[in-house]
Design a binder for this molecule. Structure first.
Ligand code: NAP
Ligand code: ZN
Ligand code: ZN
Length: 350
């Protein structure tokens, strides 16, 4: 259904550049969306540089999508033209395995179909949100609560649900001390949700530069990990720690900050295997768990919660032409706290 414009990495590690491609026609259960905003997730960088392996090129990244419905298929029931909608990290799954039937499509036994860097059911590569339009089956679409600013909603579709889901799963709330490691896109949402759920939040950041912003986001304590004495000061203080770090670092030092029976939640996805000593786990019956984004049902629940609480992501809106510079700034930790691309810039000159 027509040619789409977007930005793509033509090969691993290449700078992103303008790219045109085709999307499938709108099927009877499909919705065609004009994309307004797309967040820039660190996973976009990992994949555009093929740091996790197996990437498909050309790659049009982007899985934090907000847009307007411009066309619906004949059998679409839940969405109508003109509505503001969201698309997250996947656009389809088998719909019949145990995970899918439980609303945990992200753990689909056949593998979820990623919004980009995946293969669709028709065998064609999927292309993501750094583009003008996308076509998605209505089962994989989210409703965006009206009062929220759409650019601040876009990052909720990945950074938001990735932190909301495990904090809910493990019952983080009142009376708990929560540590958030890394104050980037995921980290700043973990602070907001931790606070909204009633926990007392401490931010762990490499330097002191994000201290006042951490407090503004709702943290009650801030720990610069480069500062001597940080780890001994906070030993065995935490019920939960959520680790959002994108690069290789020492998990053992943080494990020692957990109380007996404390839970370490890994959501950051460095490309290298992580090394864990057995003793930090054994000695205090601590557990280490992972978590991957969230299913459609829970993502809608998270968006509705954000609508009620007035929670959005803190964003810096950029033009698509600034995307390569934005990637460099994300790698330097120089973002407060998520870049979001204004997709109208696609049609601008330059
Ligand atoms: P981001 O905005 O770059 O934030 C990561 C933060 O980690 C940085 O701001 C920095 O915080 C800290 N950091 C970076 N490198 C570090 C290092 N080598 N050592 C210690 N701290 C470091 O990235 P993001 O978009 O939030 O994504 C974070 C990670 O989560 C990525 O690996 C991404 O692929 C992954 N992810 C996982 C899921 C999932 O479902 N599990 C979903 C989305 C993303 P400070 O400056 O405060 O130190
Ligand atoms: Zn993401
Ligand atoms: Zn499935």
């Amino acid at each position: 259904m027509g040619t789409i414009t977007g930005y793509a990495a033509l090969q691993a590690g290449a700078a992103l550049e303008p790219f045109t491609f085709e999307r499938r026609p709108v099927g009877s259960n499909d919705v065609r969306i004009q994309i307004s905003y797309c967040g820039v997730c660190h996973s976009d960088i990992h994949q555009a540089r093929d740091e996790w392996g197996g990437a498909i090129f050309p790659m049009v990244p982007g899985h934090e999508i907000v847009g307007t419905v411009v066309n619906v298929g004949a059998d679409v029931k839940k969405f109508h033209e003109g509505e503001t909608v969201g698309v997250g990290c996947f656009v389809d799954s088998c719909r019949s395995c145990l995970s899918c039937t439980k609303g945990l499509e992200q753990y689909c036994e056949a593998g979820m179909i990623l919004t980009y860097n995946g293969l669709d059911k028709n065998g064609q590569p999927t292309y993501g949100g750094y583009s003008s339009h996308i076509v998605v089956n209505e089962l994989y679409l989210l409703k965006v609560p009206q009062p929220l600013a759409p650019e601040g909603v876009a990052p909720l579709l990945c950074a938001g649900i990735t932190t909301y889901s495990p904090l809910r799963q493990w019952g983080v709330g009142k009376g708990h001390r929560l540590g958030v490691v890394g104050l980037g896109g995921l980290g700043h949402m973990a602070v907001k949700f931790g606070k909204a759920f009633g926990a007392e939040v401490t931010v762990f950041s490499r330097s002191d530069t994000k201290r006042s912003e951490a407090e503004r986001l709702g943290a009650t304590d801030f720990a610069a990990t480069s500062q001597e004495g940080t780890f001994s000061r906070l030993a065995r203080q935490f019920d939960f720690i959520i680790d959002t770090v994108s690069g290789v670092h020492d998990y053992n030092a943080y494990l020692d900050l957990l109380k007996t029976d404390g839970t370490y939640i890994v959501v950051g996805a460095p490309s290298e295997p992580i090394s864990i000593g057995a003793f930090p786990l054994i000695l205090r019956r601590r557990r280490m768990v992972g978590s991957l984004i969230g299913g459609i049902r829970e993502t809608q629940e998270m968006l509705d919660f954000c609508g009620e609480q007035g929670i959005t992501s803190d964003v810096e809106v950029i033009k698509i032409q600034q995307i390569n510079e934005a990637y460099e700034r994300v790698l330097r930790g120089d973002v407060r706290f998520r870049f979001v691309i204004d997709m109208e810039s696609l049609s601008a000159a330059g």
